[in-house]
Design a protein around this ligand. Structure first.
Ligand code: AGP
Length: 606
């Protein structure tokens, strides 16, 4: 997703902009650019290109780099292809701007302001620059105030006006902007990660508030021109990243970090052998009184919700809804003050999840966010937050965030069972006994990564693959299929194995790769018979099976024994195996494992 940075201070900004853009690369992008404004000469320098930040740095190499005010951008294409022309910043007359979001009515605005002849790119952003320039008569506030009345959609706009050489302006709706003081002056960015190590506190730019970044002051004004008091949040966590270490890709490093990440996520929440969520500030009352639980999330985070659903229904005897956040608001969900909404998100910036959470809260629901990034938009929007302690997750394919989300959710469900009188001390002790063994069971799988690498080699030429399982195995495989498809580009679908016969088995032909997971005792026999059905049609089956299950006599292409845990905890060893399988297929295919094509780490457009 697009990344935005802005600097205004005493030192040259070009290198600072480039360094901060590199900190935003993890969000996913396809082009980059920056613009600087020389306070003395009023000269604007605009550099941009399709490609990486390193390509932009090369373009800037011969610049004098004397300007001390500038803005930068990494673009993830939404309107208009990947090209130098479509990269940001966009300039129209006195207006130079960068944008994150989607302006839904940009075509109407082209007609309304008769802009067609002067536009050079296919972007909605250039339309905004042209509209703003039309409305600009020397007063930036007046122009911004009028312009945002025309805009429909989401936007984080950061603007330079060529005749206002010492001020950066910003205004947002939904798409995030944070601002901070640093050792050079003032800065803003799309998220805290780009603020760098010198920022000690930051503020979230409120929606529809005009923000001015001066050399040594951040000023806020509402649309009537009244000053707004900024509210700062102390950065009391490590926002720096320690690189890939000895790993070829962040993804492998993050897969290997999971046992420690799980332990770190449990640490504060198991006190004297009991589940204790007081460090999260989650009151027992809402866990006890809610009559319905609903998860809103996307992608991997939603798959974590599916695992939690199995637990809530089996342990609490409560129905639980797990909704795609992007669908949630449009299906007229039944939400009221008795609903507990769980918003799960690694980045805490996924706009679909943020909007779904706002919608649920507006309907009276209480909310708990399960988040990996402190101070993120979803964390700030939620009543309560349970932070996963996975550390920065850089690879687009989520791994340690997923399994630490599971830990947080397991603990939450365990606490709900206790406060509802379903768990007595003995049951809580048994539940935790399984949970605390998850890191070690995952480690056993990670120690066998070379065996999984061998299995992966059998899938490199596949165009299509299936993953089949029942019950919790099906939920586990939905995540396994997402991992494989998003980084290997093999069209992979997970299916409830009982559903195959109702159409999809028509796609199984000779040597079609099928990954089958069998970890649930009560479903084992049915799962094994479904496996035989696909084998009888020529499928090449890779079996991931709990180690203490006796295997049927059928031949398998490969078998990987998963360290045994109680059925409902088997997601931990199984997901480690599926993550490694996807990783090695992608790596052996020579793909960019950490930055797969078309994808972004943070999806900030709906
Ligand atoms: C998972 O590997 C993908 N990167 C993607 O599905 C991701 O889980 C989804 O975009 C949600 O992101 P979030 O957890 O940051 O909200």
């Amino acid at each position: 997703m697009c990344g935005i940075v802005g600097y205004n201070g005493k030192n040259s900004v070009t290198d600072q902009l480039l360094d901060s853009l590199e900190l935003l690369e993890y969000r996913g992008y396809d082009s980059a650019g920056l613009a600087t404004l020389n306070g003395t000469t009023g000269k604007v320098k605009l550099r941009k290109c399709a490609g990486r930040v390193r390509d932009l740095r090369r373009i800037c190499q011969s610049d004098k780099k004397i300007s001390t005010c500038g803005i930068g951008h990494t673009r993830w294409a939404t309107h208009g292809g990947v090209s130098d022309l479509n990269a940001h910043p966009h300039r129209n007359g006195d207006v130079i701007l960068v944008h994150n979001g989607i302006i839904e009515n940009y075509e109407e605005l082209k007609d309304h302001f008769m802009l067609h002849k002067e536009l050079k790119s296919q972007t909605d952003t250039e339309v905004v620059a042209a509209v703003l320039n039309r409305l600009y008569k020397g007063d930036p506030h007046e122009a911004l105030r009028k312009a945002v009345q025309y805009l429909r959609g989401t936007f984080a706009l950061v603007v330079l006006f060529a005749d206002q050489p010492d001020t950066i302006y910003a205004i947002r709706n939904v798409s995030p902007i944070v601002a901070a003081y640093n050792d050079n002056g003032t800065m803003l960015a799309s998220d805290v990660a780009a603020l760098g190590a010198t920022a000690e506190k930051y503020m979230v730019v409120p929606e529809y508030v005009i923000t001015e970044l001066h050399k040594n002051e951040i000023k806020l004004f509402d649309l009537e021109g009244k000053p707004v008091e900024p509210e700062f949040i102390t950065i009391d966590w490590d926002t720096t990243r320690d690189g890939k270490g000895n790993y070829p890709f962040y993804m492998e490093k993050e897969i290997m970090e999971q046992p420690d990440a799980l332990k770190a996520t449990m640490e504060q929440r198991i006190v004297d052998g009991k589940i204790d969520l007081s460090s999260d500030g989650v009151p027992d009352e809402i866990l006890k009184s809610c009559e319905r639980v609903c998860v809103v999330a996307c992608g991997t985070a939603m798959h974590a919700g599916l695992v939690a659903k199995a637990l809530v229904q089996s342990k609490l005897g409560m129905h639980m809804a797990v909704e795609y956040a992007s669908e949630f608001m449009y299906e007229d969900p039944v939400i009221d003050e008795k609903t507990l909404v769980l918003a799960i998100s690694q980045s805490g910036e996924t706009i679909d999840t943020l909007e779904a959470l706002k919608y649920a809260r507006a309907k009276g629901a209480k909310s708990i966010a399960v988040i990996n990034v402190k101070g993120s938009s979803i964390a700030r929007e939620s009543d309560y937050v349970m932070y996963t302690v996975a550390g920065p997750e850089i690879a687009v394919a989520s791994t340690k965030a997923y399994t630490t989300q599971l830990i947080a959710l397991f603990l939450l469900v365990g606490r709900m069972a206790k406060v509802r009188g379903i768990f007595d001390d003995a049951a809580e002790k048994e539940f935790l006994g399984h949970l605390v063994s998850a890191p070690e069971k995952m480690q056993q799988v990670l120690d066998q990564k070379h065996d999984i690498h061998k299995i992966a080699r059998g899938m490199l030429d596949a165009k299509d693959a299936f993953m089949i399982g029942r019950g919790l195995d099906y939920s586990i495989l939905l995540e396994g299929a997402l991992k494989l498809k998003e980084i290997s580009y093999i069209h992979t679908e997970a299916y409830a194995s009982g559903e195959l016969k109702h159409g999809t088995i028509a796609l199984i032909t000779e040597n079609t790769p099928v990954v089958a997971t069998v970890t649930q005792s009560r479903l084992k026999d049915k799962e094994l018979s479904n496996i035989r059905e696909v084998q009888s049609r020529g499928a090449s089956v890779i079996l991931l099976v709990k180690e203490d299950f006796d295997l049927a006599d059928a031949e398998y292409a490969d078998v990987f024994m998963l360290p045994a845990m109680a059925d409902e905890f088997m997601v931990f060893p199984a997901s480690a195996a599926l993550q490694l399988l996807a990783y090695y297929v992608s790596m052996d295919k020579g793909l960019d494992v950490d930055k797969p094509r078309n994808l972004a780490k943070v999806v900030t457009v709906e």
